[in-house]
Write a protein that binds this ligand. Structure first.
Ligand SMILES: *Cc1c(COP(=O)(O)O)cnc(C)c1O
Length: 372
């Protein structure tokens, strides 16, 4: 079955009693034990909940993994994954990591004795050069945020595997519609499902997919022990959003390509960063002084911090998503004060192009004449 079909059919034909097409939300926190030592398969909501189970099985199947885990946010998903490690372990991570992940590593996990190296990770040889005897995992974001640098997951995973190093991939930006890390050799793939999987800027969630029985069992233990699981209503919202993922991703890509060609031609834009697929486009304006005017003059696109939803959002990474990354580090990876990140929505492409054109021109005029 194709991914389009799997996505649309999530939860359908699962509720035998009524035949509900949309799988119901079960709010119950407790489940009846038929007798001593017997269970319906559900005992207590944190361990397992019917609506969450449908979602977890769906993401595992869609990404070709053995088991799925739904958490209360992308950060909660990363926290659970980090529970696999112990003091002294060394982790090699992509250089321009999502700001929140960098903050969790540097300001939380470092104090528990984990060490991190941030490396320009494009292929297995980049990993090879930085491996230490105590390296236990490689943590990849591809394409990276907001620089859109892509990494070759299969080449990195094959080097990692030979050394007994786990490969973990943040698959938020491309979603399983365009990228299935487990099928490329990764051990763990995860998402901020708040972004493309949810797709409507209305649910906070994280999803993890694991490969292999032992790893899956450890992650299940951590999910249940840590307890930052996704609630039934949010699980249902996420299932509903995921049903249209294929349609949305096609449109995001189509619109992003239109935006890229517009920006590449514009004299006030110096560079455009795009991975070739998906809806994320970063670009640099000629002068940082243009940024406040552009953000103020937008009428359709919203100046807001998230990504991956149907509504177009523009972010200023240096002051928003990457505020917790030190300026020297930000500058060294290219997250300068001229960089804007555009999560291209599914509106009509021409309306988005016009909105950007007008905002850029109004801002430039304002700079030139000093008028507001
Ligand atoms: C948003 C995001 C996260 C964090 O996810 P939350 O759902 O906000 O907790 C992690 N990685 C990437 C690439 C993100 O965009």
């Amino acid at each position: 079955m194709d991914i389009e079909t799997k996505l649309v059919q999530i939860g359908n034909r699962r509720e035998k009693e009524t035949g509900a097409i949309s799988f119901p939300v079960t709010f119950s926190t407790a489940f009846l034990h038929p007798a001593l030592g017997e269970s319906t398969g559900f005992d207590y909501i944190r361990t397992k909940n019917p609506t969450r189970t449908v979602l977890e099985e769906a993401i595992a199947e869609i990404e070709g993994g053995d088991r799925g885990f739904a958490m209360s946010s992308g950060m909660a998903a990363i926290h659970v994954i980090m529970g696999l490690f112990k003091p002294g372990d060394h982790i090699i991570a992509s250089l321009d990591l999502y700001g929140g992940t960098y903050r969790l590593f540097e300001q939380v996990w470092k104090s528990y004795g984990l060490t991190f190296s941030y490396v320009n990770l494009r292929s297995g040889s980049d990993l090879q050069d930085h491996l230490l005897p105590e390296t236990t995992a490689v943590f990849i974001e591809t394409p990276t945020n907001p620089m859109m640098i892509t990494a070759d997951i299969s080449s990195i995973a094959s080097v990692a595997k030979k050394q007994g190093v786990l490969t973990i991939v943040d698959n938020t930006f491309l979603s399983p519609y365009y990228q299935k890390p487990i099928l490329e050799g990764a051990d763990i793939s995860f998402h901020s499902a708040t972004k493309y999987l949810g797709g409507h800027n209305d649910v906070l969630a994280g999803l993890i997919v694991s490969n292999g029985q032992e790893l899956s069992d450890r992650l299940f233990f951590l999910q249940n022990s840590i307890g930052a699981v996704l609630g039934p209503m949010d699980s249902w919202l996420l299932i509903r959003g995921m049903k249209t993922l294929a349609l949305r991703m096609e449109r995001h890509t189509e619109n992003a390509k239109r935006i890229v060609s517009f920006l590449k031609e514009h004299p006030l834009i110096t560079d455009v960063l795009y991975a070739g697929l998906g809806g994320m486009v970063s670009f640099r304006v000629k002068d940082a002084a243009l940024v406040p005017g552009i953000l103020r003059h937008l009428r359709v696109i919203s100046f807001a911090e998230s990504l991956g939803g149907v509504e177009s959002l523009l972010t200023y990474p240096a002051v928003q998503t990457h505020a917790d990354v030190p300026k020297e580090v930000r500058d060294s990876v290219g997250v300068c004060d001229r960089l804007l990140r555009f999560s291209v929505g599914v509106e009509h492409a021409q309306d988005l192009v016009e909105d950007l054109r007008c905002a850029i021109e109004a801002s430039e005029l304002q700079l030139r004449t000093g008028e507001v």
